[in-house]
Design a protein around this ligand. Structure first.
Ligand code: IPD
Ligand code: CA
Length: 266
């Protein structure tokens, strides 16, 4: 199936899940359980949205695999897998901060970001209505407007976003890195939704984004949007982006930031 047809499916399913999650948010949201740490939470809406997405995708593409944050992985027979975060930015969702997203990507190969090839991806913020999309080789879009990363800037002029792990040990190290970085860049943003951070790099609203410990469903769609908008999207020390590390920026800035982060360590 051509990438653009896969993208149409991703887009339709993301809109349906976004409508559901937005309704649940309006009704009021409570924590259903905590996961890897007391601050890593899931709401009933995360689970309900993932069940809806899983069902719609399996109706549309019964032979494809599925890999979602809340309900785990299931292998398919087609060689394609849908990688889904039903609500990225769950803490924003819980607090009513209107900056969270549905992230849906379809990848070819094993569902491992070190080796997969992303074919299409869609990130929707159901509160603002912004929809970011990309298909491999076809460019990235916000609605129907093509996206392009911001022009090259030196580090002191770079607005850099990052995110923090749910593990407090790792947070302590991430805080130390930010203390090093903050005096050397324009400013730091921690907005709480990695998929949107990546799309904001694509849209030139941020110069760069990096994070350590990010799960595959958080970046599968957004990384394709950023790459298709001209960003370099990289992992640690030349590897592909993965849970180990992800950095997305205009390519010359990506080199400078990567040197700095690797020198300082995370
Ligand atoms: C989180 C967000 C956050 C990032 C975390 C992710 P979730 O995803 O994307 O911005 O810093 O690493 O886990 O838990 O809200 O789906
Ligand atoms: Ca999530």
């Amino acid at each position: 199936m051509p990438e653009n047809d896969l993208l149409t499916i991703a887009r339709d399913v993301a809109i349906a899940a976004g409508d559901l999650a937005r309704r649940r948010r309006e009704e009021g949201v409570e924590v259903a359980a905590s996961k890897s740490s007391p601050v890593d939470i899931v709401t009933h809406a995360d689970r309900e949205a993932e069940a809806l997405i899983r069902g719609l995708l399996s109706d549309a593409r019964p032979d494809d695999g599925f890999f979602g944050e809340e309900s785990g992985a299931e292998k398919g027979t087609s060689g394609l897998t849908w990688v889904v975060d039903p609500i990225d930015g769950t803490v924003n969702f819980l607090y009513g901060i209107p900056h969270w997203a549905i992230s849906i990507a379809v990848v070819e190969g094993e569902p491992d970001p070190l080796t997969w090839r992303a074919l299409a991806g869609c990130v929707v913020n159901p509160v603002t209505g912004e929809m970011f999309t990309a298909a491999a080789g076809e460019g990235a879009f916000l609605g129907s407007a093509p996206l392009r990363v911001a022009d090259a800037v030196e580090l002191p002029h770079a607005l850099v976003a990052t995110g923090f792990s749910y593990s407090s040990d790792r947070r302590a190290r991430q805080g130390a890195l930010i203390a090093e970085l903050l005096p050397q860049v324009r400013d730091i943003r921690r907005m709480g939704t990695a998929s949107l951070d990546l799309c904001f790099v694509a849209a030139g609203r941020l110069n760069a984004y990096f994070e350590r410990g990010l799960s595959p469903w958080d970046h599968a769609a957004g990384a394709l949007v950023a790459a298709e908008a001209g960003a370099a999207v990289r992992g640690w020390d030349g590897a592909a982006a993965s849970k180990e590390f992800i950095l997305a920026a205009e390519p010359t800035l990506a080199d400078r930031l990567q040197d700095l982060v690797m020198k300082t360590g995370v």
